[in-house]
Design a protein around this ligand. Sequence first.
Ligand code: FBP
Length: 265
Amino acid sequence: MRPIDDTPLSRDGKVLILAYDHGLEHGPVDFEEVPESADPERVFKIAKHPAVTSLAVQKGIAEAYYPSYEDEVTLLAKLNGTSNLWMGEPDSSVNWSVDYAAEVGADAVGFTLYGGSNNEIEMAEEFRDAHERAREHDLPVVMWSYPRGQGLKNDKKPGVIAYAARKALELGADVAKVKYPGSREAMEHVVEMAGKTKVIMSGGSKRSDREFLENVKAVIDAGGAGLAVGRNVFQRENPTRILDALEQVIYEEASVDTALAAAER
Ligand code: FBP
C-alpha cells in the first residue's frame, strides 16, 4: 500500500480537493449564483491551480471532460452519490466501479458514508468492496463521512463529527472529509480520534472570504490536513483569488490576513 503522501492527492502532507459533484447532489440551484459554474470546463481549468491536489467528480463528468485535462489535473472519482430529489432515508447509489474509475484515469477514489442512516450497514459494505478494490489499484480512499439520518438531529455536533472521523479510520479511509465541528478545539479532538487518517473539512455553503479562511485556518491549526471545497470556490467570480489565499493558509500555514494580502497581489 502506497503511503498517501507519496500520491498526487497530497502536497507536503496536505490535501485540497476541489469538489464538483453538486449538479448531482444539489441540482442546478448551486450554479445560479455564477451561471458559468454550470460548465464543467470552467471547473477543470480552475483545478489546474497548484493549490488543488485533486478534482472530485462523478463518472459522467470524468468521462466527458477528463481526457482533455489528464496531464494537468488529478482525478478523484467520487464513486457514489445521490440527488436532492431522493426523499428517503439518506442513501447513495454506487455509480461507477473502482475498476472503471481506474480505467478512466482516477488517481484516488471518494465514497460517502451516511453513518446513522438506516442504510448505514449496506453503505459500509459497499465501502468495504470499493476500499479493497482501491487497495488493489493502489488508489487512496477518501471517505465523505457524514452522520445523517433518522436518529441524528444535528449532524454537526462535535461528538458526532469526532465519531465520523473515527469511523473513517476504523473502516480504512486514508482521508476523512467531515463537516466543521464549530471550533478549533473541537477539531483537535476530531483529528485525534482519526489517528493516522487525515482529516479535511467539508467546505459548506458560501460565506465571506474571511469567514471561510478563518474556518480553514482553524482546521490547519488543529492538525487537520486541509479541505474539500466546492461552492466556496466555484461560486466566486474569481476562484483563483480564493485558491491563492487557500494556498497560503494550507501549505504556508500563513495567517488569514497574510493570505488575503497575498491574494490581492
Ligand atoms: P461544498 O464545499 O460545496 O460543501 O462541497 C463539498 C461536498 O461534500 C460536495 O462534494 C457535495 O456535493 C456537497 O458537499 C454535499 O453537501 P451536503 O451533503 O451537505 O448537501
